[in-house]
Design a protein around this ligand. Structure first.
Ligand SMILES: *Cc1c(COP(=O)(O)O)cnc(C)c1O
Length: 492
């Protein structure tokens, strides 16, 4: 199947692209994104036929439905990485926490957050295509905490790929920082930046725009690609697990075939919930996708009013930092699906020029057929964490934002799956503050130890080992020196 561009074609880039092209060169004409030309419709009994299949078999069949230009043995090699999750047969378990409420745990991979679900197989696929084409790629990443560790982990020692990862020094949790600076692999460079996440991200944008930098890369025969969720190579793996949610509920005899369910997704860049939207379009019986946000309420505002307005908005730093966002990239793919490329280009031109776009009432009604949205604050999240622990379930602050949607947005009495995007171990000081109802400032190591002791919670060895691991990347630099450092790195 071929891929097309969300904002139409500029006459220079190809009008249609293969999957390989779309993931190696993720930026499309006019700053748009690649999307499948049409979504595959699965056979009528697809879900029934997969009830007794493994996650890898389900994933394989969904990838094949997209007719991607990747050989079967490369697909299988990529999917085999799910064997490294806690339970190879069930990489993302769906567990019941209350009568009609289930948690889909997406954090059982190597870096303990949902990014592994897609980045693990994606890293393998990207490297295999680059190798096949005999091309070399540099992946640049700026991270606020979860993407960096997951990208470094998946690309370490992969052929034909180098990764340079920028993080704000002091702006991530200790666990997240250690996951990055302790990662080894000759093809990885991790740089702390003096400044906050915005500084790291804008430094990366400057680098992408720098002619001297591009010249250097070209001289060494290196191309640039991206590993964030603008890359469809991540999105395709984020469709699969929504089918898994449904199949798991069926296996647990909670639903009958065809019965609809709600999915609640804690959202930032909208990649996770976009996977749910695509799954629904492919035939998964979803009543509605409920979008949870934190105090950065731009997604709630957009879905409820049809207006995306960031003119007077400032990014707020919250206890669910992976959802702190103003510009959410993947809403563009939904907009393209519902209103086509011409409208998509109009909206995003408006957003770039005026920091606002406005949909018609009719367009907004269409959007609301698929999505409902609500946001909550850190104090609400802390109460949720405490209440659930009282019932024996430990959750992270991102997962906690889902409960507001569960309580307030459901219109029908249907089973609901909330997505747990990180393990509590990645945000242990916030979790401990919630459990102890205090605001003491803890370091991660201390909070991890207290929680595991007091609440008998298991610490995965990958987290425990971080605190005695060798630090392989100790540079913290000024923004002005980033280009020089990365050029030094690619020159080996
Ligand atoms: C990335 C991330 C999110 C947001 O997911 P999007 O696909 O960007 O909407 C939520 N929670 C955690 C823990 C994450 O790492």
């Amino acid at each position: 199947m071929n891929f097309v561009e969300t904002r139409g074609n500029d006459g220079i880039k190809p009008v249609e692209a293969t999957f390989s092209h779309a993931i190696l060169n993720p930026s499309a004409s006019f700053g748009g994104l690649y999307v499948p030309k049409e979504l595959p419709k699965l056979e009528e009994n697809f879900i029934q036929n997969h009830v007794d299949k493994s996650y890898k078999e389900l994933a394989f069949d969904i990838l094949k439905a997209f007719e991607i230009d990747i050989d079967d043995d490369e697909i299988n090699k990529a999917l085999a990485l799910y064997d490294n999750f806690d339970d190879a047969s069930n990489p993302c378990p769906v567990v019941r926490v209350k009568d009609d409420l289930f948690v889909h745990e997406q954090y059982h991979g190597p870096t303990r957050a949902f990014k592994d679900m897609a980045l693990q197989p994606f890293g393998s696929i990207l490297s295999s295509i680059a190798k096949k084409r005999d091309e070399h790629y540099l992946i640049l990443a700026a991270t606020s905490g979860d993407t960096g560790p997951a990208a470094l982990n998946t690309f370490k020692n992969k052929e034909n790929i180098q990764v340079a990862c920028l993080y704000p020094d002091g702006g991530t949790s200790d666990v997240q920082r250690l996951q990055m600076v302790c990662e080894d692999g000759d093809n990885l460079k991790v740089l702390g930046i003096h400044g906050n996440f915005d500084d790291a991200q804008s430094a990366l944008k400057n680098l992408l725009a720098s002619q001297s930098f591009k010249d250097e890369l070209e001289r060494d025969g290196i191309k640039l690609s991206a590993a964030n969720s603008v890359n469809f190579g991540r999105i395709i793996f984020q469709i699969i697990y929504h089918f898994w949610s449904y199949i798991q509920l069926h296996k647990q005899e909670e639903i009958t075939f065809g019965e609809k369910i709600y999915l609640v997704v804690p959202s930032g860049n909208f990649g996770n919930v976009l996977g749910g939207f695509y799954a629904q379009e492919m035939g998964l019986p979803i009543e509605k996708l409920l979008v949870a946000s934190n105090e950065n309420d731009i997604l709630t505002q957009w879905i409820n009013t049809g207006v995306y307005d960031i003119r007077d908005k400032e990014l707020k730093l919250t206890k669910s930092p992976a959802m702190d966002i103003l510009k959410s990239s993947n809403i563009e793919r939904v907009i393209y699906s519902l209103y086509g490329p011409k409208r998509t280009k109009e909206f995003f031109d408006d957003l770039n020029e005026k920091k606002i776009f406005t949909m018609t009432q009719k367009e907004t009604e269409e959007l609301k057929k698929y999505f409902s949205a609500i946001n909550s604050d850190d104090a609400y999240g802390a109460k949720v964490i405490k209440n659930f622990l009282d019932d024996g379930y430990l959750m992270d602050p991102h997962t906690a934002t889902c409960l507001k949607a569960y309580e307030e947005l459901k219109e029908k009495d249907l089973k609901t799956v909330i997505y747990s995007t990180a393990e509590w171990t990645k945000f242990s000081p916030t979790v401990l503050n919630a459990l102890h109802e205090n605001s003491t400032s803890y370091v991660d190591k201390e909070a991890l130890e207290i929680i595991s002791k007091e609440y008998n919670a298991t610490l995965p060895s990958s987290i425990k080992e971080l605190f005695s691991a060798k630090i392989n990347h100790d540079s913290v630099i000024n923004k002005e020196n980033i280009e020089e450092e990365i050029v030094k790195f690619i020159k080996g």
